[in-house]
Design a binder for this molecule. Structure first.
Ligand code: NAD
Length: 488
């Protein structure tokens, strides 16, 4: 793939900000430079917001079916470029081809789901709300919406929001992750072919500076954010202070609970994809395996055996199960967690720190599958989000103990239980303090037609991403009470 210089897309034009710093982008599988991204300033954000604001009044009046017609066209273009986009995700983000294809499936699903706008964003009418008085509820678009997204899903996370915001009649300024801007650059080349009115969809690039300008702008009416909890808190407080609607999805630490009657072959299959897919850099990755005594020792051996079967290597190789983590800095952070786990007394069953790699991947950011056993809930590796291929195996007495630990944890994104017992399953479904729960499903990440989001430090604000919920986020409900008098 040739080297790429990332550009901004503002008011229907590809533009650059003069004099800004460019930062090199590298392929995490090899460390090779693959392009450069501009770290734009407030000027670029302000230009994009001005364009989006100017486009809003006419875009909101485009009939909703005509707005979604652009999305049908986008669906066709994305399908036609599906393989290239999936390859780009592997190449710039480092997830395996299987994971990159799974991400593209969700992009396509979210476009399809947003095409339901004409049916989903209808309002309500209450006849005779009072004597001769009628009440109406009219969902209306908000205006300019800012989208700020993370590195681990360069295509999918923006599509939890972008198609829905546009279908509902809003205009959009999207800030791509500065670590993985190439996929979104390519998707905006497709958006450029749609013939959308100028200013309806805008793309800006950079780091916290350009994001901060989106947060500060009075014309931005809503912000959808996905990223780390620390930044989610900044987004939440900044939006609250400036009167913006917001949804801010943060970090995670997901439990995978194994009961005595679990189907072990299914547990092992789900364990490898859930814990090591995207090298553990998924907000829905399982990172704590909590097992009851009847299966704990057996799991120690079989988790290690399964993890050892995974091939670690270049993310563009279709036979690879575990690609690199995103950067040298992130690799260092994950390695420090492994050292902390050892220091705190967890037992390192499988050490991924010195994985064998082909020559061309020697400068990539690899950590092989790593497993700690005898982890206890107060250990740092059990408390904090590691966001790498590191699994904490924990012995629990029973389901109640697992539920208690999940409840006491700072995060509450996802959690799964593996059991054939209906009582356990119902209890888990009902009492588990997480936003997304799986029963015999290792990655309980909902499809696009359903809402996506956690609780506690995993999400700030009630309205979730995707599906019907996100249409509620992108519309405000105006209530009209009216009456007319008979002619005299
Ligand atoms: P991050 O918080 O570092 O960055 C996310 C985005 O915020 C980037 O676009 C970044 O430029 C921007 N940003 C950084 N500092 C900012 C600031 N001070 N003000 C405004 N914007 C700022 O996250 P990341 O490392 O890119 O992504 C990984 C994190 O995302 C993990 O914690 C993961 O759990 C989380 N995540 C959560 C979900 C979910 O659904 N809950 C989904 C995907 C990823």
């Amino acid at each position: 793939m040739e080297q790429i210089t990332i550009r901004n897309y503002i008011n229907g034009e590809w533009v650059d900000e003069p004099g800004v710093n460019y930062v090199n982008l590298d392929n995490p599988s090899t460390g090779e430079i693959v392009g450069r991204v501009p770290f734009c300033t407030e000027k670029t954000a302000d230009n994009a917001i001005t364009a989006a604001q100017a486009a809003f009044e006419s875009w909101r009046k485009v009939p909703v079916a005509a707005r979604t017609a652009y999305l049908f066209k986008l669906y066709d273009l994305v399908q036609a470029n599906y393989d290239d986009l999936a390859y780009t995700i592997s190449y710039e983000q480092g997830k395996s081809p299987v994971d990159a294809h799974a991400e593209m499936v969700r992009v396509v699903e979210n476009i399809q789901s947003a095409c339901a706008a004409p049916l989903v964003i209808q309002g309500d009418f209450l006849e005779n709300a009072g004597p001769g008085i009628h009440g109406e509820v009219i969902p209306q678009p908000l205006g300019v919406c800012g989208l700020i997204v993370p590195y681990n899903f360069p295509a999918m996370v923006p599509f939890w929001f972008l198609p829905y915001a546009l279908a509902a009649g809003n205009t959009v300024v999207l800030k791509a992750s500065e670590q993985v801007p190439i996929t979104m650059q390519k998707i905006f080349r497709l958006i450029d072919q749609l013939g959308l009115p100028k200013g309806v969809a805008n793309l800006v690039n950079g780091d916290a500076k350009v994001a901060g300008a989106i947060l500060a702008a009075p014309d931005v009416k809503a912000v959808s954010f996905v990223g780390s909890t620390n930044v989610a808190k900044i987004i939440a407080s900044s939006c609250a202070a400036t009167g913006k609607r917001f949804q801010a999805l943060g970090g995670a630490k997901n439990y995978f609970v194994v009961m005595e009657d679990a189907k072990m072959d299914q547990v092992l299959k789900s364990f490898t994809t859930s814990c090591y897919g995207c090298a553990g850099q998924r907000c829905m990755a399982a990172s704590v395996i909590a097992a009851v005594p009847a299966v704990y020792d057996q799991l120690k051996d079989s988790l290690v055996a399964e993890a050892k079967k995974l091939k670690v290597g270049d993310a563009t190789d279709p036979t690879v199960g575990v690609g690199p983590v995103i950067s040298a800095a992130h690799k260092e952070k994950v390695l420090k967690y492994i050292e902390t786990g050892i220091k705190e007394g967890a037992k390192l069953l499988l050490d991924g720190r010195s994985v064998e790699l082909p020559e061309k991947n020697k400068n990539g950011y690899f950590i092989g599958p790593t497993i700690f056993a005898d982890v206890t809930p107060e250990m740092t590796i059990a408390q904090e989000e590691i966001f790498g291929p590191v699994v904490c195996l924990m012995k629990i007495d029973n389901l109640d103990q697992a539920l208690k630990q999940i409840k006491e944890h700072q995060y509450g994104n996802g959690a799964s239980v593996f059991t054939q017992n209906g009582y356990y399953a119902h209890k888990f479904m009902q009492e588990c303090d997480a936003g997304m729960v799986g029963i015999n499903v290792g990655i309980p990440a909902p499809v696009a037609q359903l809402p996506f989001g956690g609780v506690k430090n995993s999400a700030f604000a009630d309205i979730k991403a995707q599906g019907r919920d996100v249409f509620s986020f992108f519309t405000t409900r105006k209530i009209v009470t009216s009456r007319f008098f008979p002619e005299d």
